[in-house]
Ligand binder design. Structure first.
Ligand code: BG6
Length: 498
């Protein structure tokens, strides 16, 4: 990460006592300090609804750092962060409180609102009120310049509510100052997709339906909904993972090369890729979409409850905890190459990867004369838990009289020996500080994603017979059948599932 001189001097976090702040934001700030990337004069204001003394709040932050920071706590950076933090109690829904907050912030930080970042780390029902409060308290601009607004997902519940939320934001902040976070974009390997594609002749020249048979994107989690049952009931896998993370990853895999590395050049290509995804016709919805919900099962040798038995989940819930999709991108590059998507909770293992399966060779020579079973070349981009790239190719079975085996070239960037790479939120917070919005979603990307997601979500009612997969498995049988029908299969070999 490169350093920049002119950075905002204040970060105001709404939701300062929340889970996100403790698990992600404070550790990210601490690790930026460790890497020497925090601006020199910097204040972090945590705004929360609970009554707390400054000391109490600091005690909680310290505990979070102990638990979640990738670096051990050193006296120097802890002192630095501690002296930067302030805590302010406030009822977020009471608009009259924002004027007082404004006065207090101005005293603390006379450089003016344009020198601030406001981070909405709160439940979505507070987004519009907080933005209205920032407007009422004249906190969004100073000296003709605007502050920055960082907003977490979910950005709307359906297209219409996302559009409404967006208009509210645009009444107060210009588009270029709105940073819509999708933390997947901060992951190292997601940033590496463009480098792999555009810095390697072998991949760049083969990256199309001419040579690629299909592309699979799997974002699988072993965890269940845990304590987030209430939120998840309103969201489901489509809104929680597909509308945002999955479509963002897909856009980077499928986009055309941008004209430059400028933020807007990259975003322009990403949005075109999403817009080119073929609409889900009733026929496609009937055959190319699989919804699932987990039942009881065994995970790591432990019995775990069904989704319907989780805290704050309705006993007859028809919410999906798994989605598999087959998508087509209707453009010259991709026509004929399906994209298979899969995401779910309580699956056999936690892993996220992209598998690019190249086309099979003609059945001649070794395949014909020595009866060797064809294994297609595959490029596996491993997002997590091990971050790396693997390429599967065929070679002579060394030492054997004859025969061919599939082998791999494997790089692992985040295996234990190599270590401690920055967390997604570090990268993203640092980008907000230096004003680089490349890894944030522009409104038209969000809008295009909702348009597609809405059509699939509307089809949810057709799902039946939940639960349809046991916790600790790879999802419903129908997800396997989706590929088997096409003579294909999910490639899970990196995860040791095969
Ligand atoms: C979040 C979802 O956006 O992403 C969670 O709300 C999900 O449900 C999480 O668990 C997955 O992120 P990661 O970084 O753990 O893969």
């Amino acid at each position: 990460m490169e350093r920049q001189n002119r950075m905002p001097g204040m970060l105001v976090i709404f939701g300062g006592t929340g889970d996100l702040t403790h698990r992600k934001l404070m550790p990210a700030l601490y690790n930026l300090c460790m890497d020497g990337l925090l601006p020199e004069r910097f204040t972090v204001v945590a705004v929360g609804r609970r009554d707390k003394t400054y000391e109490q709040y600091l005690g909680e932050v310290y505990k979070s750092l102990e638990q979640y920071s990738r670096n051990r706590i050193t006296a120097a950076c802890w002192e630095r962060l501690k002296s930067a933090i302030r805590y302010r109690r406030m009822d977020l829904e009471d608009l009259s409180g924002y004027k007082q907050l404004a006065d207090w912030l101005n005293e603390l930080h006379p450089e003016g609102a344009a020198d601030r970042i406001y981070y909405l780390a709160v439940a979505p029902e507070h987004f519009e009120t907080i933005v209205a409060g920032l407007k009422a308290g004249h906190m969004a601009e100073s000296g003709g310049r605007h502050s920055k607004l960082v907003i977490e997902k979910p950005f709307g519940r359906v297209l219409i509510t996302a559009q409404k939320l967006n208009s509210r934001l645009l009444e107060v902040f210009p588009e270029e100052n709105i940073y819509r976070i999708d933390h997947y974009l901060g992951k190292e390997m997601i940033q590496n997709i463009m480098v792999l594609r555009f810095c390697n002749l072998v991949f760049e020249s083969l990256w199309s339906s001419r040579y690629i048979d299909n592309i699979q994107i799997s974002l699988c989690e072993q965890q269940g909904v845990g304590t987030r049952g209430g939120y998840y009931e309103q969201s489901g896998a489509m809104r929680d993972m597909v509308q945002n993370h999955v479509f963002q990853v897909l856009s980077l895999v499928a986009m055309e090369p941008p004209a430059s590395l400028a933020t807007e050049a990259i975003r322009a290509e990403k949005v075109k890729a999403i817009q080119a995804i073929a609409p889900m016709t009733p026929e496609r919805l009937a055959t190319d979409v699989v919804f699932g919900q987990y039942g009881r099962g065994v995970v790591n040798g432990q019995s775990v409850p069904a989704y319907r038995e989780e805290d704050k989940v309705a006993p007859d819930s028809m919410n999906e905890t798994f989605v598999a999709l087959k998508l087509h991108i209707d453009n010259f590059r991709w026509a004929g190459t399906p994209f298979y998507i899969r995401t779910g909770k309580r699956m056999k293992k936690s892993f996220a990867h992209i598998v690019v399966q190249f086309k099979a060779l003609p059945d001649v020579l070794y395949f014909k004369e020595e009866g060797f079973r064809q294994e297609p070349n595959r490029l596996v981009i491993r997002i997590q838990p091990d971050t790396g790239v693997k390429f599967m190719f065929n070679t002579r079975d060394f030492g054997a009289h004859k025969g061919i085996v599939t082998t791999k070239m494997d790089t692992c960037y985040a295996c234990p020996a190599q270590g401690n790479t920055p967390e997604a939120y570090e990268r993203l917070l640092y980008d907000v500080l230096r004003g680089d919005a490349t890894l944030f979603s522009r409104w038209d990307e969000v809008e295009a994603s909702w348009r597609l997601a809405d059509s699939i979500i509307a089809h949810k009612e057709s799902a039946c017979c939940y639960p349809n997969y046991a916790a600790g498995t790879m999802g419903p049988a129908a997800a396997d059948a989706l590929l088997e029908r096409d003579g294909r299969r999910w490639w899970d070999e990196t995860e040791g599932l095969d």
